[in-house]
Design a protein around this ligand. Structure first.
Ligand code: FES
Length: 166
């Protein structure tokens, strides 16, 4: 993880919202993942300040929060786009043409894996198996899954997001 990403500056108004969410689960370390997912929906990144606030309000060690944030692929210390496109990179998808699909998406958005578009709309990432292997290749865009993809179908789907028709 690039330290400069972790040091992304979260607006103070967002930190107030983060504190409010985390305070609902004081002394509930078992709810940490749920808190992180809720928080990630309202902040651009799980920054150092966000981690500190969550740890303080939930009354759990900061290292524990930091370990979650850096371990799970669905959590990010980097500012991400409004639409996060996750391309499965496990074997069944690969065998069924995932590379051609991801190439089509990269070409359309002019993005490399791990990048976010300059307008802040799209982030493109790889992820492990999405559990849709029987209908591979598959991607997720935020919380929506798309399977049985071809390069053409992937382009059509991404164009819907570009036109905000989703
Ligand atoms: S291998 Fe891609 S969804 Fe399982």
């Amino acid at each position: 993880m690039g330290r400069e990403n972790y040091l992304y500056k979260t607006p103070a108004s967002k930190l107030v919202q983060v504190a409010s969410i985390a305070a609902e689960y004081r002394d509930r370390p078992d709810m940490l993942m749920m808190v992180l997912i809720r928080v990630q929906a309202i902040v651009p990144a799980l920054s150092k300040a966000v981690v500190t606030v969550i740890a303080r309000e939930m009354n759990i060690p900061r290292n524990q929060v930091y370990s979650f944030v850096t371990f799970y692929a669905m959590l990010s210390v980097k500012p991400q786009g409004r639409y996060i496109i996750r391309m499965c990179k496990s074997a069944p998808c690969h065998v069924h043409g995932a590379k051609e699909v991801v190439d089509a998406i990269r070409d359309l958005l002019h993005l490399e894996i791990g990048e976010t578009s300059e307008d802040g709309r799209f982030t493109l990432e790889y992820c492990p198996c999405l559990g849709l292997c029987e209908n591979s290749p598959a991607i997720m865009i935020n919380d929506r899954a798309y399977s049985n993809l071809t390069p053409e179908r992937a382009r059509d789907i991404i164009k819907q997001y570009i036109r905000e028709e989703v």
